[in-house]
Design a protein around this ligand. Sequence first.
Ligand SMILES: Nc1nc2c(ncn2[C@@H]2O[C@H](COP(=O)(O)OP(=O)(O)OP(=O)(O)O)[C@@H](O)[C@H]2O)c(=O)[nH]1
Ligand SMILES: [Mg+2]
Length: 395
Amino acid sequence: MSYRIGLVGKPSVGKSTFFNAATINDVPEGAYPFTTIDPSLGEAYVRTDCAAPEFGRTCQPSVGKCADGTRFVPVKLVDIAGLVPGAHEGRGLGNQFLTDLNETDVLVHVVDFSGTTDAEGEATEGHDPREDIDFLEEELDAWYLDILRKGIRRYEDKELSDPDPEDVLGEQLSAFGISPAEIKQVILSVDLPVEPPAWDEQDQRTLAQEIRKRTKPMVIAANKMDVPAAQENWAEITDDPAYDHLTFVPVSAHAEKALKNGAEQGVLEYTPGSDEFEITADLPRAKKTGLEQIRTFVEEYGGTGVQQALETAVFDVLDLKAVFPGSASGDWTNGPFRDCFLLPSDATAEDFAYHLHSDIGDGFLHGIDCRNDRQVGADTVLDHRAVVEVVSTTQ
Ligand SMILES: Nc1nc2c(ncn2[C@@H]2O[C@H](COP(=O)(O)OP(=O)(O)OP(=O)(O)O)[C@@H](O)[C@H]2O)c(=O)[nH]1
Ligand SMILES: [Mg+2]
C-alpha cells in the first residue's frame, strides 16, 4: 500500500503546476479556473538518506530511485479539481471533489500567497490568502458536519434497540477512514458524553472539526512565493497567532517546474529538493536570467519547496518513518536494500513484520537491528531509518 497525498485548493492556485513538477505525469495548467476537472493520480517521491552506504553497499531499489545516497521513496499524489465556497452543497464541481478527497491520507493545501486570484480563481490583486485558508477548513468542516448529522439522526432512529453510538456513527463516517473505536476516542477527547442526542449544535461542530483534523491532516503550500507580494503575505501570515495550528512551507511550483524541464532538456543538473543546480549548456540571455532568479530563490528558501511540502506532509504531519528490510548476515539474495517502507511513527518490529506479509507477522520470532546485530522484540518501536531483519517461523 502506498500513501496518498491530495493537492487541494481553490482554482488557479497552482495545483497542477505543483503536480507536474513533482511527478512524471503531465496534466493541463492554465490561468483560468477549473483547468483540471478529473483528478489526476501520479507518482511523487519523498526523500530519506539511504542506509546502504553505511553498510558499504550500493542499493538496488525495487521502486523509486536513489541518487548520491538520497533515497526517493514513492508516494501517490492526486491533483484534485479546484474547490469553491459552497462545494459541500454541490457548487462548482461539488461532491465529486469531496469523494476524491476521501481517498487521500494527507492534504497539501496549495494557497496562492501572491493574492492575485480571487475566491473563485479569477485574476485580481490584493486578495488575502487567509480567506482561502479559512474557507477550505470551513468547507471541509461543513461537509463533515453534514455526514455526522446523518449519523446522529440514524442513531436516534435506532435508539430503541440500544446500539453503541460509535458503531452507528462509525458506519456513517466510514468513508472518512475512521473506525468506531477512534470515533469514541475523539468524542472523549473533546469532553463530550458518548450520547449523540445530548450534543447541541456547537458540540456537533466541534466534533465534526475534530474528526476532520484527525482524518485529513494538512500542510499549507504557500505557493507563488517567487512573487514579491507573496513574500509580504508570508511574513504577515506566519506571524499571525490565528494560524499557529497550521504548518506552512514556502513554495514556487513554477521554479520547480522550470528546473525539472531544464534537467529533462539536459541544459542543467538538478536533483529534486536540492537548494542548488548547475547550468551545463550555453543558454540565451533571457533564459539564463530567469534561471539566475530561480537560483536566488532556492538559495534563500533552501529549495523550491515542492519536495519540502511533500516531505513535511509525510514525515511531520502524517508522522511516518522510513524502515529498510535488512540482512544481518549480509546475504542479500534479491539485491541489497531493495525496499524502503513508510510506516506510522509508532510502528513496532511486529507491525513491520505484518507490513511485509501477514504470514511473516503471524510467525514473528524477533527482529535483528542490522546496525548493531542486537535482537529486537515484538513491541520495540522502530527508529526512523531503522534497518531490520525479521526472523519468523514462516521464512
Ligand atoms: N508566479 C507563479 N505562478 C504560478 C506558480 N505556480 C503556478 N502558477 C501559475 O498559476 C496559474 C494556475 O496554475 P494551475 O497549475 O493551472 O492551477 P490549478 O490550481 O491547477 O487550477 P485549476 O485546475 O483551475 O483548479 C498558471 O498560470 C500557472 O502558471 C508559481 O509558483 N509562481
Ligand atoms: Mg489544475
